[in-house]
Design a protein around this ligand. Sequence first.
Ligand SMILES: *[C@@H]1O[C@H](CO)[C@@H](O)[C@H](O)[C@H]1NC(C)=O
Length: 336
Amino acid sequence: MTFLSKYIVYTRFYRLIILYSIILHTVRAGFDANAKNNVAVYWGQGPNQERLSFYCKKGLMDIAILSFLNKITPDTAGFNFGNACWGPECPLIAEDIKICQSLGIKVMLSLGGDAYYGDFNLESDSGGEAAATYIYQMFNLKSNAPVIKPFGPDVQIDGFDLDVENYKQNGQIALYKKLRELWGDDPLLLSAGPQCPFPDTNVGELVETGILDIIFLQFYSNPSCNMIASNAAFSKSWDTWTNEFEKIESLSNKKPLVFVGLQGQQNDAWHANLSYITSQMIDKKSNKFFSGFSTWDAVAAYNCIDISLGKKMDYLTGLKYLASGVFDNAKVNDEL
Ligand SMILES: *[C@@H]1O[C@H](CO)[C@@H](O)[C@H](O)[C@H]1NC(C)=O
């Protein structure tokens, strides 16, 4: 063979491998606790958002985090899913949860959100337990207490996330312990979204208990540890947290699944592009706690067209490929 034909054969072969690896990695739909290429996406607050099922059907996310159950006190619960539903019942979301779950996607409900718009204050351990009880009554199918079930009588969500920003940690641990107790043998994923400065002052105490299955660690909006901060701040923060996860694992005998949380909004000052994330994650993806990426939020990430790798692709696709190792070899970029 001439050099040229060898080159062409090689290039074609290479292209095939890339295609194969993309297909292989993206066909796997749904959350896998043992995988390192999970993508979790917050949905519920984006402007002009499409229905939840629209994003689930794209096959790019493995966990949908509905946001938010934003009013939680010892005796009230209220939610706000932006243009999708304000309650008291959300039949369209219920229908979509079923569609997402049938695709293997876990659907979790996030508690908290922006302190300005919500009211999250459990006050005490007994307040946390009281909140767990009415959350159970609203969202667990086994409860037949006479309260409105926002997702109807036949949709059960897969778990809860705690994403609060009001520095009120009282009652959080009691809330999660009680939820576990009430859920009994039913599967239940519990997560929280700490900010990257260590220790976290919103959900840090909860993280330390080892009760969490998943941690959506937010590496944005914080100058000291943001992914695009200078002076290797992100790497330092990652090391601090992973050391902490080691301690938590040895105390609780449970390995938390850690997601690197990123801002999906393209024009946000803390948004990191795909090329940059690839370079930052190259030595971190093999860490035993790393399970994938989470991003805020579905609308922003889907509408964010990233060209940093030389090809146009939306951020959700990019995060899925990145976590799947598709960009690990720089040459791959030319071939996509
Ligand atoms: C990607 O992000 C990095 C770090 O912020 C920046 O230096 C680089 O110019 C960006 N690339 C593109 C194509 O925007």
